[in-house]
Design a protein around this ligand. Structure first.
Ligand SMILES: Cc1cc2nc3c(=O)[nH]c(=O)nc-3n(C[C@H](O)[C@H](O)[C@H](O)COP(=O)(O)O)c2cc1C
Length: 265
């Protein structure tokens, strides 16, 4: 069994540079890779683009999204209680990547090409999927794993913040970030299903705008993926004569210290 890891007390050493690079991207797209199995059970890679939605616990909504959230969701936003080094994106539980994560124990890699600073960042780690029912074991296990490496923000009334903070509010805030049309896509027929197979289910509607942040059909399919990094690999090609490369590795001991080494590029 894996040893419980202590919550880190400070941001990972790669975090501020990574963040400063990502903030330079016009659109924070990245390639998200998982492991699938072919018909013979052989492991095969799968990759697709996704949109980086920031670090878990630190979601910042635009003013219009915050108004929307207040209008349609009485509980509003979570207090600023946590921060973390875990990367997030949103997805649909019916997409292949979710099952691949479940089957592979969360094996994942996120790759960013930050052209603005000619750097590639590869984030290897474990991905957890939340947004399902709190009565499901998988949901509770995923929340517990994410909770392990959240950092409690030492500001304001920490106890009150902790009490007020909820997983439902957090996932709802991610849903609020999406345009109503994008939210409607979670009511579409299952992604990846052949078009010719006409779904007959009455819940399926195409191109619908969803303003209700608790729309039962859309929320049944909506998920947040949280990537807990274990190894970071940065390649800096800004000097074409001398590429540079660094690797940060999280130690397996309970302290969860990061070790940085320089590699031949
Ligand atoms: C620019 C771009 C951004 C995308 N962002 C996401 C995203 O944030 N989440 C997601 O699930 N799919 C996103 N997609 C769609 C995925 O690339 C992919 O087609 C879809 O998730 C199905 O993948 P899967 O069947 O391997 O799960 C994006 C596609 C593009 C082109």
């Amino acid at each position: 069994m894996e040893e419980p890891r202590k919550s880190p007390s400070s941001p990972a050493p790669w975090r501020s540079l990574f963040q400063s690079h990502i903030e330079k991207m016009k659109d924070p797209y990245f390639v998200f890779s998982t492991v699938a199995r072919d018909d013979k059970g052989t492991p095969v890679p799968r990759a697709r683009y996704c949109v980086f939605r920031g670090f878990f616990g630190e979601l910042k909504l635009r003013p219009s999204e915050e108004d929307d959230l207040k209008k349609h969701h009485k509980d509003g936003l979570n207090p600023d209680a946590f921060e973390s080094d875990m990367l997030t994106f949103t997805t649909d539980v019916r997409m292949a990547k979710v099952d691949q994560l479940v089957q592979s124990g969360g094996a994942a890699e996120a790759v960013f090409w930050v052209k603005e600073v000619t750097s590639q960042w590869r984030v290897k780690g474990k991905a957890f999927v939340i947004g399902g029912s709190p009565t499901e074991k998988e949901e509770l296990d995923a929340r517990a794993e994410i909770r392990r490496t959240l950092r409690i923000l030492q500001q304001g009334d920490i106890e009150a913040n902790n009490k007020e903070w909820s997983w439902d509010k957090e996932v709802t805030a991610y849903f609020a970030c999406l345009h109503p049309i994008r939210r409607g896509s979670f009511k579409n027929p299952p992604p990846g299903l052949p078009m010719a197979e006409n779904p007959t289910h009455s819940d399926f509607e195409f191109g619908e705008e969803v303003t209700d942040l608790h729309d039962p059909v859309a929320r049944k399919n909506f998920r947040v993926v949280v990537i807990r990094p274990e190894e970071i690999d940065q390649v800096d090609l800004s000097d074409y004569r001398k590429g540079q490369r660094w690797k940060w590795t999280l130690s397996n001991n309970v302290d969860g210290q990061w070790r940085k080494i320089e590699l031949w590029p």
